[in-house]
Design a protein around this ligand. Sequence first.
Ligand code: TYD
Ligand code: MG
Length: 454
Amino acid sequence: MAKIKKAYFCKNCGFEAPKWLGKCPSCGEWNTFAEEIIAKESGPAAASVAGVLPASKPRRVSEIGESDQRRIHLGNAEIDRVLGGGLVPGSLILLGGEPGIGKSTLSLQIALAPNGLKTLYVSGEESAEQIRMRATRLGIRNEECMVYAETLLENIVAQIAEQKPDVVIVDSIQTIYTELLDSSAGSVSQIRECAATLLKYAKSTATSIFIIGHITKDGAIAGPKILEHIVDVVLQFEGDSNNVYRILRGIKNRFGATFEIGVFEMLDDGLRGVDNPSEILLTHYEEPLSGIAVGASADGVRPYLIEVQALVSGAAYGTPQRTATGFDARRMSMLLAVVEKRIGLKMFQKDVFLNFAGGFKVADPGLDLAVVAAVVSSYYDRPVSTGVCCAGEIGLSGEVRPAPRTEQRISEAARLGFKRIIVSGYLAKGKRPKGIEIVQINSIDQLPRALFAE
Ligand code: TYD
Ligand code: MG
């Protein structure tokens, strides 16, 4: 066994202790101690990792070849887009998501895509046979894809060094461990140590490594969160597991724009990229229904239209219920308070339920106007005129502010055949697409007229 020196540190104040403590004697916080390596002596285990890492030297910035920033296309348009136009060699990517959302499916699809790359899929969760079954289901197209069921980091690094793949996928970081630490796989110190070793390996050999990490519903579990600053790219895979649509969101990207999204549909034979999200997020009703409004959203550079549904009904018991699916509940409460004050609707007596099509989670403030439109329509039980959509952010005084990239939202609405779009009156003058009426309002008390006018 390698000789290493370990100590326990308080995450809150940095207090060092030779053994684990429940309560920190320095700052008095509970449950803040984590094990860390403070000195490594060369032993067989330490050497097996260090031995395969080539040393590098500082270079002049002008001497660093441009080719270092060459991008590899993974053969999947949605993933390439979220990565900012392909994968940068030597990058470490964290793919996070709730259990069962499809992280293993997505990453195996990356490994199996016919992209001419040599890929190594390391699984600490499933056996090689299980992966083979999944690969058969997805349709094997990359003969260069190797599968390795292993959880010991030292063995994984040794195999990566031997096989020299272009892309490595580690599924998942919570299941792998290093012998240097006594703590169990999935603990904060194991996750950090394993990720740091993989990072060193990725940088020194220009191998791209995807690390899969589970996060819980509220994202609270420390696990992958602590890796966000170490890795180059953080991708989050989200969606409602009862629904077939999934969104891959770029949260951090050292090599491209963040807030780029990829949209997928989970089918029997894996995930399929959705080129035109608006088509799946809009329903064509035979009769206009009340409580439904369409918002023009722009998540990433790609605008899309999405349907919002609201149900406003008399509150039977004391405190009214407020339920929002896919939308921030606090933002909904704020919008309802503004509606009450500025439009004069008696929201305090009403239960309000809010829902976005396709189980989508939206965080775009440009959808405020559509949310209020759906609420107003349900309150009056009056359908929004056909072919009308909205894009605008609402302030606390009820003022309607321009949503970011409103031009693109208007163009998308026009492209999909909408007749009228309601936007902010404060929108700067610019080029306007033809074929769509643009109604500008400064305050939400002007919204009902704009919504119901024929
Ligand atoms: P999985 O990739 O195992 O999720 P994670 O790794 O994030 O925990 O995917 C789990 C779900 O995906 C599972 O409920 C079955 C479904 N699925 C399909 O619908 N189609 C498929 O082709 C595959 C492989 C999985
Ligand atoms: Mg999995």
